[in-house]
Write a protein that binds this ligand. Structure first.
Ligand code: ADP
Ligand code: MG
Length: 507
């Protein structure tokens, strides 16, 4: 029986509305002592809202919270902390110019009964670090630490406050695979001493890697509770999405043809004048997907911008089908047959105040105008064809794009760019922020276009996405390719090592 033993933590009937959105509707969840429970759901399912309520950052409209079987009132993070709840946020809250020990002690008062002086704090941090495999130099400055190390500091901060219930909101989004594995072993260790973990994720693999049980949220409501041992991947997907969804499996390319994209000794300066891509060379063939794996900020975004003419390189050459493309001119890239699915569709891909049909011809106005007049019939026909082909859900071709869901907006960008990119598709984080069904549609589309003989240049910080789709994988680190793998040779371990700049076999 689930409630025969008091739970370490229970949320009952939590409802929370924001203007126009019911973020949580009668949500119930409980976690036992010594249990790791995953809170699984797609973007927007209400996960962060629920745990912000638990941490006293929001007040619920109704519902109650129990800790160790007693109803409690949590009006602020301080109340949560006093009850033994610690929270690792999606975005860190450390002060960059301060040291590790200062950040950990910050906000504590003598009444908390925790060491406050420098040396006592450092000793305590060292001891906690050793005990849990979270070693960090207490005197290092936060801005000198990697993001993975900063997360360790956030966890140490909670442990320093004697947290027994740890809540982590999508903690692996900022980690390399190796760092994620370390985090998971810490959580197992923490659990084995009788503590409680609530682990938020939208990734199925993480549920199976670390959790004992899982609560699924969908559209702000409870959608199901499972023991991880009894649940299959497809059970969880169906529960998250609300319908059966068979995810596309990547499949290797048939035969590849001529080189389409040929990048030679390309160097690029970043916005701050530093060199973000350094004499980099690569090529992509017809019928091939080259995946660029890398932690965000290693030059991959700037590289994609240059390929699409949105940024002028410092030096080097780009050839498409053997012909040099004039750099820094989007029209030149477009006429050479490059399509671009950007990471930020709102900034670069769409004009939200324009209609669906207008957005669908944005890159190619000249083909749809004559003597200075737009050819409305042709524009409408084009839209109707693409709406059907890509399954874009819109009330009409004349509806404004801003009223559509993120998934449908992304389909509009993809539809237009796939038409434009007759030779090469550059896709940067093409599924970021999309729900599973929409992301799967984008994946299938990229595989189809490859099978039609296009070259695809894929940039993603999601290693699972790169592994699933790519025929070849190149790892970028500080603007250089550290290693390249055929799909058959690529493993998470090999790539993970290179992502952090380490020396892998292929380096
Ligand atoms: P998740 O963490 O599962 O992605 P969230 O809890 O962040 O979901 O969001 C659930 C819903 O509530 C979304 O529709 C989101 O846009 C909305 N929402 C979240 N926070 C706020 C807020 N502070 N103001 C208004 N709407 C919000
Ligand atoms: Mg969230």
């Amino acid at each position: 029986m689930e409630f025969s033993v008091p739970s370490a933590l229970a949320l009952r009937g939590i409802t929370k509305a924001f203007p126009g959105v019911l973020a949580n509707s009668d949500v119930t969840l409980s976690v036992g002592e010594g249990e790791v429970r995953a809170l699984l759901g797609e973007n927007g399912a209400g996960k962060s809202t629920l745990v912000k309520i638990l941490y006293g950052l929001y007040q619920p409209d109704s519902g109650s919270i129990e800790v160790d079987g007693r109803t409690v009132s949590i009006r602020s993070p301080r109340d949560a902390m006093t009850l033994g709840i610690g929270m690792i946020h999606q975005h860190f809250t450390l002060v960059p110019v301060h040291t590790v020990w200062e950040n950990i002690v910050l906000g504590l008062a003598p009444a908390d009964g925790r060491p406050l002086s420098r040396d006592a704090a450092a000793a305590e941090i060292d001891a906690l670090g050793k005990k849990y495999g979270l070693e960090v130099d207490p005197f290092a400055r936060i801005d000198q630490l990697s993001v993975g190390m900063q997360q360790k500091v956030e966890i140490l901060k909670a442990l320093y406050r004697r947290a027994r219930i740890l809540v982590l909101d999508e903690p692996t989004a900022v980690l390399t695979p190796g760092e994620a594995e370390n985090l998971f072993s810490f959580l197992r260790e923490f659990r084995s001493s009788g503590n409680t973990v609530l682990f938020i994720t939208h990734k199925l693999a993480e549920v199976f890697a670390v959790a004992d049980s899982v609560t699924v949220l969908r559209g702000g409501r409870n959608a199901g509770d499972f023991g991880v041992r009894d649940a299959s991947e497809s059970d969880l997907v169906t529960c998250m999405v609300g319908r059966e969804l068979v995810l596309t499996k990547g499949k290797p390319a048939g035969s590849t043809g001529n080189v389409v994209l040929d990048v030679r000794a390309l160097s690029i300066l970043g916005d701050r004048g530093n060199r973000v891509v350094d004499t980099l060379s690569l090529s992509v063939r017809e019928g091939e997907i080259l995946g660029i794996a890398g932690v965000s900020g290693n030059g991959q975004e700037e590289l994609a911008d240059v390929l699409c003419g949105l940024r002028i390189p410092e030096s080097g050459e780009i050839l498409l089908d053997g012909r040099p493309v004039r750099p820094g001119i989007p029209e030149a890239a477009f006429h050479a047959g490059t399509g671009y699915i950007p990471a930020d569709r709102h900034r670069e891909g769409l004009v939200l105040d324009m209609t669906v049909e207008e957005n669908l011809i944005l890159k190619n106005l000249s083909a749809y105008s004559r003597f200075g007049f737009l050819r409305m019939k042709k524009i409408r026909e084009n839209a109707e064809r693409l709406i059907k082909q890509f399954g874009i859900k819109t009330p009409s071709p004349a509806a404004k794009v801003k009223g559509l869901s993120g998934g449908n907006q992304q389909k509009i960008v993809a539809a237009r760019e796939i038409e434009a990119g007759s030779r090469l598709l550059v896709a940067v984080q093409p599924t970021r922020g999309l729900d599973l069904g929409a992301a799967d549609h984008v994946h299938r589309t990229l595989l189809d276009e490859r099978d039609r003989g296009k070259a695809v240049f894929l940039v993603s910080t999601e290693l699972s996405e790169v592994l699933k789709l790519s025929d070849r994988i190149a790892v970028i680190f500080r603007g250089r390719i550290l290693g390249e793998f055929k799909r058959s040779e690529a493993t998470v371990e090999k790539i993970g090592m290179l992502l952090a700049g380490g020396m892998g076999d292929a380096a």
